[in-house]
Design a protein around this ligand. Structure first.
Ligand code: ATP
Ligand code: MN
Ligand code: MN
Length: 290
């Protein structure tokens, strides 16, 4: 079987068009992740991880995988974690580009880490607000929602970061010193979401119920749960056009075309530019949840 070597990992079927006819191939996806790995790994490394794998490409059946298997590759690590039902299971994490590329060889397109690191899965170190607009909500209103969250976090001395989801919305992420429980973090985020709804019920909703969302932005605070994930910065999305979840600067978001503003090609270009690491400070920020 002819393979292509990318970063020391053999990628089989590199010619397979994984985003449909004429789109990026599996070889392009491997080359993409090799090129952006230095920007992506600071957020991804050492965290339990769910994958979206698409063995038949994005036009076929894709599936979420959270449990480890030895077949994934020798650089794909396992960590044993408690399950909701009290049992134990092996979860996936990676520390390096070889691990990422082995997962690409296994047809992974998307990377979704936890908000906690594998060594202390019960102590989150990141919170996230996932902004999910109903169809038809204007981009400027999504931008305003993200900025309002930024400002509310700033009021309690938490600096935050923003990324496009590669889909419809934006994610606002804030790092903090480990210590608070998942329940505490979740309650803190719920408090902010509820306050925003109380102020602007015509614009926001904080309940997961899909029925009531019409015309509103769902401020999804439920991602702040043990075992919940959100897509990592620089991850491709298994959607038409090969969009990318992209870390951006706060002063960039108003100018963007939407949550899918970046695709594989634009992301590759950005990876080589001065704009490549707008989240660089996230790793060194010393701040605590109030
Ligand atoms: P969009 O902007 O289109 O909403 P998104 O990535 O934010 O894109 P969501 O549906 O809001 O998509 O989901 C938020 C996060 O929850 C995802 O990034 C993913 O990590 C996780 N998630 C969503 N659906 C599933 C699922 N079926 N199984 C496991 N995790 C999921
Ligand atoms: Mn979302
Ligand atoms: Mn969501």
């Amino acid at each position: 079987m002819a393979g292509q070597h990318v970063g020391g990992i053999t990628i089989t079927h590199p010619e397979r068009e994984v985003f449909g006819e004429g789109g990026p191939t599996k070889g392009d996806v491997a080359a993409y992740y090799e090129a952006v790995a230095s920007h992506m790994l600071p957020e991804l490394r050492g965290r339990p991880l769910s994958l979206v794998r698409c063995p038949q490409g994005t036009t076929g059946q894709c599936f979420f995988q959270k449990h480890h298997s030895d077949k994934l590759g020798e650089h794909v690590k396992a960590v044993t974690l408690m399950e909701k039902d009290g049992g134990e299971a092996e979860y996936i994490y990676v520390d390096d580009v070889a691990g990422v590329l082995e997962l690409v060889q296994m047809n992974t397109l998307e990377f979704h880490p936890w908000g906690a690191r594998a060594d202390k899965p019960d102590q989150p170190d990141r919170l996230i607000f996932d902004l999910d607009p109903a169809t038809g909500v204007a981009w400027k209103d999504i931008v305003a929602a993200a900025r309002e969250i930024r400002d509310r976090l700033a009021e309690v001395k938490l600096e935050s970061f923003v990324r496009t989801s590669g889909g419809k919305g934006l994610h606002v992420v804030a790092p903090f010193r480990r210590g608070p429980s998942w329940d505490a973090v979740k309650a803190f985020c719920e408090g902010i979401a509820d306050a925003m709804v109380a102020d602007k019920p015509q614009r926001y909703i904080a309940q997961a119920s899909k029925a009531k969302r019409e015309g509103l932005i769902f401020i999804d605070w439920l991602r702040n749960t043990r075992g919940a994930t959100s897509v990592t910065g620089w991850s491709l999305r298994a959607r038409p056009g090969a969009p990318v979840a992209m870390p951006v600067r706060w002063d960039e978001i108003a100018r963007l075309k939407g949550g899918g503003a970046f695709d594989l090609k634009k992301a590759l270009k950005r990876a080589k530019s001065a704009d490549a690491d707008p989240w660089a400070d996230i790793a060194t920020l010393k701040q605590s949840l109030p």
